[in-house]
Unconditional design. Structure first.
Length: 226
């Protein structure tokens, strides 16, 4: 998540501030993160019907301007499902600073299947105004490298309304396309910025990403920036 800055009088800098980020499919760091920024956060997904808790502690570090690395440990109840490492980089800005774009590469080791998976995505963050912004991610995933894995198309779209410098409302749609089959997760959400260090996101909605039938998930992400 981004380091939330105070108000300023420069129009160009203002156009790049207060950019909410997706909660479910998280960025490693903001595309314009500065070298040395460090963040810890945790995503929690609760499925009341299945009595299942999925949670993922993460640590993120910007090793140079616009480039970051992340370690994530997805856990289901008390079972460590995966080891996940992500790299992210920036291509810079377009549209007088309103658009940030870049890339993200993810590698994962699935402990239950004992296989390695990977994905690569293009990232595009566009700020329409001080209130409205969107984030789009487009890429492909290979579920089992070197084995009989499958290619899965990945498309994530988010739209945000910044009600104030502390509160933003959004809706996030995560899509996976595999052999003419479409799976989705839809998550209305809100983000509250307590200060430049602490942010919380909460939301929930229907999902078919992990099950054949629709499940309803309650979701939260807690962020702390150093």
């Amino acid at each position: 998540m981004q380091d939330v800055r105070g108000e300023n009088n420069d129009a160009s800098e203002s156009s790049q501030s207060h950019r909410p980020e997706p909660m479910v499919f998280d960025l490693v760091d903001p595309l314009d993160a500065k070298k040395g920024e460090l963040e810890i956060n945790a995503l929690l997904n609760l499925s009341p019907g299945a009595e299942m808790l999925r949670w993922s502690p993460e640590i993120e570090y910007s090793y140079m301007d616009g480039h970051s690395i992340e370690l994530e440990l997805p856990i289901e109840n008390d079972f460590l499902q995966q080891y996940k490492v992500s790299l992210q980089g920036s291509f810079g800005t377009l549209a007088q600073g309103r658009m940030l774009h870049g890339w993200q590469a993810i590698g994962r080791r699935k402990n239950d299947e004992k296989v390695f998976g990977a994905e690569i995505l293009y990232l595009n963050d566009y700020k329409f105004s001080d209130m409205w912004s969107m984030m789009n991610m487009l890429g492909v995933r290979h579920t089992a490298l070197g084995k009989s894995g499958k290619f899965v198309g990945v498309l994530n779209n988010s739209l945000f309304y910044s009600y104030s410098k502390h509160l933003a409302l959004g809706i996030e749609l995560n899509n996976e396309i595999e052999e003419r089959r479409w799976r989705y997760r839809l998550t209305p959400q809100l983000q509250y910025v307590f200060n430049k260090h602490s942010i919380i996101q909460v939301g929930g909605g229907p999902s078919q990403l992990n099950t054949e039938r629709t499940e309803w998930l309650l979701t939260s992400r807690v962020i702390y920036d150093f």
